[in-house]
Ligand binder design. Structure first.
Ligand code: FNR
Length: 182
């Protein structure tokens, strides 16, 4: 059967470069793997009271969806040197109720993006910190930091930078081989 790989993007922006990167990977997925964008912008801000009093309707389908995945790819910009709140919220939502985390054991890839040279290092490593606790085995090498990402796409959102396209395809192959081991 096809393996299911979810992609979570840490930006809700229509013209998000991180989202364009996700679409590049989806288009370039090798046979046998189904890559799918998982929406997170609809999730209300997590409140621990929900675990006792009932959760917003959006939570269950999201948690169930994550549970069906064989692996997870995170593609995120950096906001104020850390993970954007919308992505952290999604991590928190599917980590609960306590003992029922949807993330447990799922292999993960972290891709950070930035319009500057520093390439989202802070977000990349803050995200890795959460993935340690969530027990998600995470690809260590190659690390994926995409700097000056605004220069990689054409006006139609197509990734036209050949070097970056090759790098991302190599990363995807390395990650899928890694994920297959779990
Ligand atoms: C940013 N940006 C940014 N960039 C960066 O490299 N480090 C940072 O700490 C921040 N901080 C930050 C905070 C906030 C609130 C915003 C809105 C933006 C700039 C960021 O890299 C740029 O907006 C990207 O285009 C966002 O990614 P998407 O939406 O294109 O995927």
């Amino acid at each position: 059967a096809e393996k299911k790989i979810g992609i979570l993007v840490g930006s809700l922006r229509k013209e998000s470069f991180s989202k364009k990167t996700a679409h590049f990977l989806i288009k370039n997925a090798p046979a046998g793997y189904q890559l799918e964008l998982i929406e997170i912008g609809q999730l209300p801000i997590y409140n621990q009271d929900f675990d006792e009093e009932g959760s917003p309707a959006e939570y269950k389908p999201f948690r169930d969806k994550i549970k069906t995945l064989d692996a997870v790819i995170f593609i995120t910009p950096e906001y104020n040197r850390s993970v954007p709140g919308v992505l952290k919220n999604a991590l928190d939502v599917a980590s609960r109720p306590y003992g029922e985390s949807s993330w447990d054991g799922k292999p993960a890839l972290v891709v950070s993006t930035s319009i500057s040279n520093i390439s989202g290092f802070g977000a990349n490593h803050h995200l890795r910190q959460s993935l340690v606790f969530l027990n998600m085995p995470t690809l260590q090498q190659p690390e994926v930091y995409i700097a000056n990402i605004q220069n990689l796409f054409d006006d139609n959102g197509k990734l036209t930078n050949a070097e970056s396209a090759k790098f991302l395809n190599d990363v995807l192959a390395a990650f899928l081989a890694f994920a297959d081991k779990f």
